[in-house]
Design a protein around this ligand. Sequence first.
Ligand code: IPE
Ligand code: IPE
Ligand code: MG
Length: 247
Amino acid sequence: MIAPSLTTVPHHLAIVMDGNGRWATKRFLPRVAGHQQGVSALSRCVKACMARGIAVLTVFAFSSENWNRPAEEVSGLMELLALSLAREVPSLKANGVQLHFVGERQQLSDKVRAGLVQAEAATADNNRLVLNVCFNYGGRWDIAQAARKLAAGGQEITEMALDRALSLAHVPDPDLVIRTGGELRISNFLLWQAAYSELHFSDKLWPDFDDTALDEAIAVYASRERRFGKTSGQITPGPKKTTVKAA
Ligand code: IPE
Ligand code: IPE
Ligand code: MG
């Protein structure tokens, strides 16, 4: 794990990359064309995050519920995953990105599953940026699989034990969660880990989410006061008391 930075830049940024379909529909293109643009936007975003000193980026690429989309779109997304692995992993590897795929793999094809394992192994020694790609992921799935793991091992279910059994146990909780595409909901993303994350909603469709939009989100994040249940007074130290020295 990379040490948290002491600046106002989030250590761990998580993004619901929403709006690919609308981006394509607006241009009279098939929805899959929007997903292709979404991959390019992610590639740019990874570079922008590294340039800004973000240590962990977690992105939502395919939800447990996205299987309910038309078969053509689902198969297009599976193909795009396989294609993107082949296209993007070499440069991610060269740029120091450590890749993790987070989600249920059983429903994926043997070829894709092997590709995920290979990509993770190829980038395991990198440490400039941890990139978690949530694919066939749902926050509810994650909590249930963690609880199942603990129960199978006869372990007591405590917050700490659950936390360690969750699929993002290798990184601290996200500091900032961005959702693009204008919807104001969480859609089953990081239900456990986002307990105290700052939330930012951008109207930009994911393929249009650029460096300026990222900087805006970071600036908004920097202006927030994170209290974690405490009072404001406990967080912001008051004016320094001047001690009067005895004569
Ligand atoms: C997000 O974009 C990507 C996935 C969910 C796979 P959408 O495909 O949900 O795009 P919109 O929300 O329909 O525009
Ligand atoms: C959330 O977007 C999932 C991803 C971005 C991968 P959706 O487009 O699936 O969410 P809903 O259906 O609008 O809530
Ligand atoms: Mg959507």
